[in-house]
Design a protein around this ligand. Structure first.
Ligand code: HEM
Ligand SMILES: *[C@@H]1O[C@H](CO)[C@@H](O)[C@H](O)[C@H]1NC(C)=O
Length: 346
């Protein structure tokens, strides 16, 4: 009798200890590839991370996305961009989702984000469904990564096996959001500096820029090219002439900063390689798009031509580079937390 009590006590003690100490969704090594071992822990990301704790996670993400994208096609583009802007600032940790509060200076107010990043309500919707199905299990950082992949797939782009197990930050970096995200008027050298700082190379730069096959940009982000490219009050000479005249009707010299133009006007809703085909014709919207072909770095010219010629090569490399992007400095194991509300630290 006493013996049984002891065993009961011990098992209760262990399970309580484990459930408190171990992050929800952590899996202990059943079922192969997983979160880690209990000594000398290594917590890598793994596609099977929610296999036992929330097997329906991706289905829930996809069903919310389908509805949100049917209602507003731009949502797909906005969610893909959100993952990029999350990962380039203290890693893929959902820091971009945190609202302003006493302790948080929100990244949403950073120059590249303010009045520009979108999709937060869709993330909230996914989170609330996941909290119903699997409480305190799926991190906001993983939701952002799943939403970026799902948006790519639903737009006609490639699919990939997505490593999961990111945890959410308890901090944000407004400074990082101003410092780490490249501006649209960057030169090729500038773009490569921003990407290399994150451990990404010229292949990643050219492939990930292909995300501009969907979505739009505001006049303010390409106005410099139309009216004063080099401080000489002249347009960018690499802009195709008829494209230049079209853009001027959307984006006047003064005012109209919030008017929008598609990044890939050939097929703005379709994830395909038209973006690169347009670059070859001087019809890329942002300076950062055009310099992939016209900048001083030969390797990127060649990559643009290859992706314009071979869509499946682009899709393959896009998937690989998205996995690299999604692996940037994640919080794992006992670091960070799984937020209950993506906008707030627990
Ligand atoms: C290479 C450097 C990059 C620069 C300079 C850049 C810049 C920009 C700018 C200025 C906009 C328009 C924002 C606005 O007007 O509100 C934009 C939109 C967008 N960017 Fe990028 N971007 C870059 C790379 C990326 C990457 C790596 C991704 C994703 C993998 C991405 C995905 C998108 C998408 C999908 C949109 C459209 C968003 C929407 O319609 O809501 N961009 N980008
Ligand atoms: C890019 O735009 C910013 C803000 O408008 C400006 O200060 C900067 O000089 C521009 N950079 C280049 C390379 O033109």
């Amino acid at each position: 009798m006493h013996f049984i009590k002891v065993i009961l006590f011990v098992t209760t003690f262990i399970s309580v200890t484990i459930s408190q100490a171990h992050p929800a969704g952590f899996n202990f090594g059943w079922g192969g590839h997983h979160g880690g071992t209990t000594r000398g822990m290594s917590f890598g990301l793994s596609p099977q991370f929610y296999q036992f704790s929330c097997p329906q996670a991706n289905d829930i993400v996809m069903s919310v996305l389908e509805k949100a994208i049917a209602k507003d096609i731009r949502t797909a583009a906005s969610l893909l961009r959100l993952h990029f802007h999350d990962c380039f600032v203290q890693g893929c940790d959902a820091s971009i989702l945190l609202d302003d509060s006493a302790a948080i200076a929100s990244e949403k107010n950073g120059g590249p984000n303010k009045n520009s990043v979108r999709g937060f309500e869709v993330i909230d919707k996914i989170k609330s469904k996941l909290e119903q199905a699997c409480p305190q299990t799926v991190s906001c950082a993983d939701i952002v990564a799943l939403a970026a992949r799902g948006s790519t797939v639903l737009s006609g782009g490639p699919n990939w096996e997505l490593p999961l197990g990111r945890r959410d930050s308890k901090t944000a970096s407004l400074r990082g959001s101003n410092k780490n995200i490249p501006p649209p008027n960057a030169t090729i050298e500038g773009l490569l500096t921003f990407f290399k700082r994150q451990g990404l190379d010229e292949v990643d730069l050219v492939a990930l820029s292909g995300a501009h096959t969907i979505g739009v940009a505001k006049c303010a982000t390409f106005k410099q090219r139309l009216y004063n490219q080099n401080g000489n009050n002249q347009p960018d000479e690499n802009l195709d002439k008829s494209f230049y005249f079209d853009l001027k009707t959307v984006c006047p010299k003064s005012g109209g900063d919030n008017k929008i133009s598609p990044l890939d006007f050939g097929s703005p809703r379709m994830f395909d390689n038209t973006y690169y085909k347009l670059l070859l014709r001087g019809k890329g919207l942002l300076n950062s798009d055009e310099v992939l072909l016209t900048g001083s770095v030969k390797e990127t010219h060649e990559l643009v031509k290859k992706y314009a010629q071979d869509e499946s090569l682009f899709f393959e490399q896009f998937a690989l580079s998205m996995i690299k992007l999604g692996n940037l400095r994640p919080l794992t194991g006992f670091n960070g937390e799984v937020r209950k509300n993506c906008r707030l630290v627990n």
